[in-house]
Write a protein that binds this ligand. Structure first.
Ligand SMILES: *Cc1c(COP(=O)(O)O)cnc(C)c1O
Length: 459
């Protein structure tokens, strides 16, 4: 990247720090006791006892001074607040959508969308449904089908757009089931469940063509639309000279609507959006919104939250920010690979995924290798990550997942390069001592979503 005539080699954080939040190092002995109290489930560890928290990138962003200023401008009027119109103008300018419903977070947008369009016996295709998306589709009585390309499931494949939808399988599904059973088609950008991998504009255009042919509405799950646009600019032929706002706009122009969790690329701690092209659909959704979230000009949020979101959507399309963001995640991935750690390649936009099956081959899936890495990483270095494998997806009637993964999600604008260096060092050291990692067994679990509250013992 060029700043004037000076060629920058290290991509620095494009901000300086105005407010600090201390983090606390614990001793090895303290962490041992904390793990036992939490019964080896990191969701049970208090945040105060975590040094570097990579549990999620959702709602964990640092807000800017302009966002904090926007918080003070928040208009708390019940109806027609200035804050709503500032958000409306920004989202309309960025996406072209005119029907804009605020919600308290992404899953509320999903629930309202699927309540409006879905019912028993219908099918919703997606590249990969995120877990709340799948749950909300199923809650409506419909069936959620994932149609991502095969490269997504190969951790070693360096396909530039591993989040792409398999368009042939989409067409085959529609021809087999009949278009009247498919109330909408979705694509998730970036593909969170598939490792934060991007979707190309070319792929989105092909999905649009199939949807047009069968007259099926096309919606985006657009939580990370800006990260996706940056990957398009970097990787898609002919895109390098286009601006991020142009690519973002073309992305949204291809869709009939979108759900967005603003806790990701909205750079806020709470908030969501539901967007429509069609006025009648928006009207139905608004009636549901009033019933369950709030009046259509605040949708379950305070006015100040709407203003912070409006400003977040200005800052997120800044190319210097995105260059730093994507680079810092790739940097962590590179350091881990240099240390021999098996990860999913290439790193996605918001997280690095460790391939725990290969990290500790001496631990069988029945003893949760991913959980062993998560516990080991906290014990060794006070870092909190999350297991995405047999703990999260296994149990009961579920099939064992394809891969045993550990996700290190990077909060936006929160950690510096030295924090990331520390994380990479810790992971590499843990890998060098991987023989000491122990498998776990579940001693207590709830009937659903067991990863949040299950209790474990070390084998
Ligand atoms: C986070 C997320 C959601 C749900 O949003 P919440 O704000 O957590 O309710 C939906 N889809 C994707 C792809 C997400 O990453």
């Amino acid at each position: 990247m060029l700043f004037g005539a000076f060629e920058v080699k290290t991509i620095i954080e494009p901000f300086r720090i105005k407010t600090v939040e201390p983090i606390r190092m614990t001793t090895h002995r303290e962490r041992e006791a904390i793990l036992r109290v939490a019964r080896f489930n990191l969701f049970g560890v208090h945040a105060v006892d975590v040094l570097i928290d990579l549990l999620t990138d959702s709602g964990t962003s640092a807000m800017s001074s302009e966002q904090w200023a926007a918080i003070m401008r928040g208009d708390e009027s019940y109806a027609g607040a200035r804050s709503f119109f500032r958000l409306y103008d920004r989202v309309c300018e960025m996406t072209g959508f005119k029907e804009i419903l605020p919600t308290h977070q992404g899953r509320a947008s999903e629930r309202i969308l699927f309540d409006t369009l879905c019912s028993e016996g219908l099918i919703v295709p997606n590249n990969c449904h995120f877990d709340t998306t799948r749950a909300n589709v199923e809650q409506s009585g419909a069936q959620a089908v994932d149609l991502v390309i095969d490269a997504c499931k190969d951790p070693a494949s360096r396909h530039p757009f591993k989040g792409n939808m398999d368009v042939d399988r989409l067409r085959a599904l529609i021809e087999k089931e009949g278009r009247e059973r498919i109330p909408l088609c979705m694509v998730t950008i970036t593909n969170n469940s598939g490792g934060g991998q991007p979707v190309s504009l070319e792929n989105l255009r092909s999905v649009r063509e199939v949807c047009d042919e069968f007259e099926i509405p096309f919606f985006l799950d657009a939580c990370r639309f800006a990260e996706n646009a940056y990957f398009i600019k970097q990787r898609e032929p002919g895109m390098s000279d286009r601006s991020i706002p142009e690519i973002v706009r073309e992305t949204f122009d291809l869709a009939d609507g979108a759900t967005i969790s603003a806790k990701k690329d909205g750079l806020v701690n709470i908030g969501g959006l539901l967007l429509f092209r069609d006025r009648d659909l928006a009207l139905q959704a608004r009636n549901n919104l009033i019933l369950t979230e709030g009046f259509p000009t605040y949708g379950g949020l305070a006015g100040r939250d709407l203003d912070a979101m409006a400003q977040g959507f200005v800052e997120i399309v800044d190319e210097h920010y995105l260059a730093y963001r994507i680079r810092s995640v790739a940097y962590l991935g590179e350091k881990m690979v240099a240390g021999g750690v098996p990860i999913m390649e290439p790193p996605g936009g918001h997280a690095v995924y460790i391939d725990a099956g290969r990290f500790c081959p001496h631990i069988p899936p029945t003893q949760f290798p991913g959980q062993a890495v998560v516990v080991g990483l906290y014990r060794h270095a006070g870092i909190r990550a999350v297991e995405i494998g047999s703990v999260m997806f296994g149990g009961g009637e579920h099939d064992a997942p394809d891969m045993e993964l550990v996700r290190l999600a990077i909060p936006r604008r929160v950690y510096t390069q030295s924090h990331i260096d520390y994380v990479a060092e810790a992971v590499v050291e843990l890998y060098e001592n991987r023989d000491s990692l122990k498998g776990l067994r579940i001693v207590e679990e709830p009937p659903a979503l067991r990863h949040f509250t299950a209790a474990f013992e070390e084998c």
